[in-house]
Ligand binder design. Structure first.
Ligand code: TPP
Length: 305
C-alpha cells in the first residue's frame, strides 16, 4: 500500500499515535514512555505505508508480519494498530489493567494484529528470523519486519539469529534498531557499547541502511522503501534509526535514563498531550483519570494542522 498517504498525512497520523500512546500510559499512570515514543514514526510508516495487512482479517494468509522484539513498546504498537482499525479506541484505556486485551508487553494470543508475543529481550528477533525462514520455504511473498532496541542488541541471542539470517539469505527480513542511546539503567555506550554497529551487521552478511533522524517520517519511509527494493539481493536488511528516547514529550526526555519505565501524573499527561498537539487539547486532569480523551485527528482537522 506504499504511497497511499502523503508525508503530511503520515505526520498527522504519527502525532495521533503519539497522543494516544501518552493518553493510555497517562491514564494508567506508569509505563515505558521513552521506548514507546522513540518508535512512533517507525510504527506509523509500517502500519500506514509499508505493510500488506487487513484490519478486518488480522490473520490474513500471506500478510506481512511485524514483530516488536522490544516488547515493552506494546502501548505504542497498540495505538498504531487501533488507528489502523484493528480494534475500538476504548480498548486503549484498559492498558495493562486486569482482564485487558492490551498487556504492557505484546501478546499474540490476546491482541488482534499482534504477530508475536514478546518482552523477553532478544527472543522476538529470533522469532522474526524464524518467520522469515518459514515464509521463504513456503514461497510466501510476505515481508517480516522487526524492531530491536539498542540495549536489547547486547543480548547474545540477537547475534546468533543475525548469523543465521545472514547465512539463510533472508531478503524477506527487514529489521530496525531503535538507536535511542538509552537502555533501562543508563547510556548504552557506557553500559556496553555497540560501535561500530553498522560494521557488525555488515559482517553478518546484512545490508545496512542508516537513518540520521529516525523520528522523521519522510526519512523512515524512504529507508523502508530502499530496504524493500534490496529484497531481491537476497540479504536481510538492518535499518539503524537514530531516535530520541521519549521523543515529543519534554517531560519524558527530561527524565533522561529514568524515562525507561516512568510514572506520569495526570498533570504531566495533560501537559504532554498539549505539547504533542502544539495547542490546548482541551483535556483536564479529571479526563486523564476517567479516560475521556478527544480523538486527536479530529482536533487537528478542526485546527487545520
Ligand atoms: C531478557 C530480558 N532481560 C531484561 C529485561 C528487562 N528490560 C526490559 S526493557 C530493558 C531495557 C532495554 O533497552 P533498549 O533495548 O535500549 O530499549 P529502549 O531504550 O528502546 O526502551 C530491560 C533490561 C527483559 N525484558 N528481557
Amino acid at each position: 500500500m506504499a504511497d497511499t498517504y502523503t508525508i503530511t498525512e503520515l505526520e498527522r497520523i504519527a502525532r495521533a499515535v503519539r497522543f494516544d500512546t501518552v493518553a493510555a500510559i497517562g491514564h494508567l499512570g506508569v509505563g515505558h514512555l521513552g521506548g514507546c515514543l522513540s518508535v512512533v514514526e517507525l510504527l506509523t510508516v509500517l502500519y500506514f505505508d509499508a505493510m500488506r495487512i487487513d484490519p478486518a482479517d488480522p490473520k490474513m494468509e500471506g500478510r506481512d508480519r511485524f514483530i516488536c522484539s522490544k516488547g515493552h513498546a506494546g502501548p505504542a504498537v497498540y495505538a498504531a494498530l487501533q488507528r489502523r482499525g484493528f480494534f475500538p479506541r476504548e480498548m486503549l484505556w484498559t492498558l495493562n489493567q486486569g482482564g485487558t486485551e492490551l498487556p504492557s508487553h505484546c501478546d499474540m494470543l490476546r491482541t488482534p494484529g499482534i504477530d508475536m508475543t514478546t518482552g523477553s529481550l532478544g527472543q522476538g528477533f529470533s522469532c522474526a528470523v524464524g518467520a522469515a525462514i518459514g515464509a521463504k520455504w513456503a514461497h510466501d511473498s510476505a515481508t517480516v519486519y522487526t524492531v530491536i532496541g539498542d540495549g536489547e542488541s547486547q543480548e547474545g541471542q540477537i547475534w546468533e539469529a543475525a548469523m543465521l539470517a545472514g547465512n539463510q539469505e533472508l531478503g524477506n527480513l527487514i529489521a530496525f534498531t531503535d538507536r535511542n542511546r538509552y537502555q533501562l539503567d543508563g547510556d548504552v555506550q557506557e553500559v556496553n557499547g555497540l560501535d561500530p554497529l553498522a560494521d557488525k551487521w555488515m559482517a553478518f552478511n546484512w545490508n545496512v541502511i542508516e537513518v540520521a533522524d529516525g523520528n522523521d517520517v519522510a526519512e523512515v519511509r524512504e529507508a523502508v522503501q530502499r530496504a524493500r527494493a534490496l529484497r531481491t539481493g537476497g540479504r536481510p536488511t538492518m535499518v539503524i534509526l537514530n531516535t530520541v528516547k521519549g521523543k515529543g514529550v519534554s517531560y519524558a526526555v527530561g527524565l533522561g535514563a529514568a524515562n525507561h519505565n516512568a510514572n506520569i501524573s495526570p498533570e504531566e499527561t495533560v501537559r504532554a498531550l498539549t505539547e504533542i498537539l502544539g495547542t490546548d487539547a482541551g483535556v483536564t486532569e479529571e479526563d486523564v483519570r476517567t479516560a475521556h480523551f478527544p480523538d486527536p485527528e479530529a482536533l487537528m482537522e478542526r485546527r487545520a494542522f
